[in-house]
Design a protein around this ligand. Structure first.
Ligand SMILES: Cc1cc2nc3c(=O)[nH]c(=O)nc-3n(C[C@H](O)[C@H](O)[C@H](O)COP(=O)(O)OP(=O)(O)OC[C@H]3O[C@@H](n4cnc5c(N)ncnc54)[C@H](O)[C@@H]3O)c2cc1C
Length: 382
């Protein structure tokens, strides 16, 4: 069986690793990505706040050496979901099965003034550049603001506010600074009231101001104000923005999307095209856009393809569950587990911040790097 996997992020890496582990050379996996390497979302915050270095968090695709898997470093220019074929800068590729795991692209230029007056912190390069900018920041009014929905990792802006508090406090700049978090959501993590309550209590303790249900629509570079959808203005010295997300252009042009994202069967991740699956941020499967959900969706597709290769049956279906670790600052991490099932409200559990959960989060990263890249790694090594 020839499996063509588009995108080597959380979803593509997990799927290719599982197929290789279970089928070895009995499967022909072609994994395509245009980036040099993989960077965990949370590593962007770690580099930005000086907790580790850019070199330490980039996992080179040259290390993806697995039986049955060929990694191709190139840009995908066209996808034909009927023929299960793609055109790339390195030529055409086709498969018996096609899996689209191309994630969400980021468009800071879609928000007027964001790149002139502020910074986005969601792409690796922008987050890495912020490391020096934050080192040089003399203190002042900081806004962390969201410019569009949906956006990856809904807890990340709250984590950024809490880490910013620690960063400024450690430098003796907290007294002359203000931190505000401006988000279109009504709660920091809407599916988990317990997690939201804990985050809001942490904001109150640290004097972080919270502006719920508020979207930033533009920045005025001359007056250094952020303008909300309601027309209110908030002044800043440093603006860190979550940019607009959309599917990569090659996905939009493939005809696979409905309302901007690829619809899939929520149990099997199958698209409306035969033998074409989609996992992760590129879909509208109904879970938040986060790596843990992409990974679990990839596991279900892996189970299906492994069973097919063995002429066996599988009962594996996607259960909508994800476990997210939340940085609370003070070297503590909390954990939220949420399950999204269509037709009923999400439900889950919350574990209070602790040093033990910080160690668990580190192991989460270490175990993925071991499985996907075959080497040891510690997330906060500098
Ligand atoms: C600041 C921040 C913190 C985060 N923290 C967490 C966290 O703690 N836990 C968590 O679970 N998630 C977290 N996330 C979210 C997580 O990073 C994403 O949701 C996850 O990476 C999505 O996985 P994916 O496989 O769907 O797509 P991606 O991981 O985005 O992978 C898509 C891949 O497709 C490639 N690609 C795109 N277009 C093309 C093309 N035309 N040709 C070739 N290749 C292409 C890209 O290079 C990329 O490697 C965070 C995100 C951010 C920004």
């Amino acid at each position: 069986m020839r499996v063509l996997i588009l995108g080597a992020g959380f979803g593509g890496l997990q799927l290719s690793a599982r197929l290789s582990e279970e089928l070895g050379d009995d499967v022909e996996v072609t994994l395509i990505d245009q980036a040099d390497g993989f960077v965990f979302g949370f590593s962007k915050l770690d580099v930005m706040f000086g907790r580790t270095t850019e070199q330490a968090v980039r996992h080179s695709y040259a290390d993806v050496v697995k039986p049955g898997v060929r990694f191709v470093s190139t840009t995908i220019r066209a996808i034909d979901p009927v023929a299960k074929r793609v055109e790339t800068d390195a030529g055409g590729f086709d498969g018996d099965v096609l899996v689209v795991a191309l994630g969400a692209d980021l468009h800071p230029e879609a928000t007027p003034g964001l790149l002139e007056a502020g910074y986005e912190f969601y792409t690796p390069d922008a987050a890495f550049r912020l490391r020096q900018i934050l080192q040089d920041f003399p203190g002042g009014r900081v806004i962390i603001g969201v410019t569009s929905t949906p956006f990856k990792c809904p807890p990340a802006p709250s984590e950024t506010a809490l880490l910013m508090h620690d960063f400024l406090a450690e430098r003796g700049l907290r007294d002359r600074s203000e931190i505000a978090l401006v988000m279109p959501l009504g709660a920091p993590i809407p599916p988990s009231p317990a997690a939201s309550q804990a985050i809001l209590a942490a904001f109150a303790e640290r004097g972080i101001s919270w502006h719920p249900s508020t979207l930033i629509t533009r920045l005025d570079p001359d007056r250094k104000v952020a303008v909300t959808a309601a027309g209110d203005e908030i002044a800043f010295h440093l603006f860190l923005g979550v940019p607009k997300h959309q599917v990569p252009a090659v996905v939009a042009e493939s005809g696979m999307c409905v309302d901007g994202w690829i619809p899939v069967d929520p149990l099997t991740l199958q698209t409306r095209y035969e033998d074409v699956y989609a996992v992760g941020d590129v879909t509208s499967v109904g879970t938040p856009k986060a790596g843990v959900f992409s990974e679990r969706q990839a596991d279900v597709v892996a189970d299906t393809l492994i069973a097919r290769a063995r002429d066996a049956q599988t009962s594996s279906t996607y259960d909508g569950t994800g476990i997210c670790y939340l940085e609370f600052g003070a070297e503590e991490v909390a954990r939220v587990q949420v399950t999204f099932v269509s037709g009923r409200p999400p439900y889950g559990t919350f574990d209070d911040p602790s040093a033990q959960l910080a160690r668990d989060k580190a192991e989460f990263g270490t175990s993925r790097v071991r499985r996907w890249f075959g080497r040891d790694w510690t997330s906060l090594e500098s």
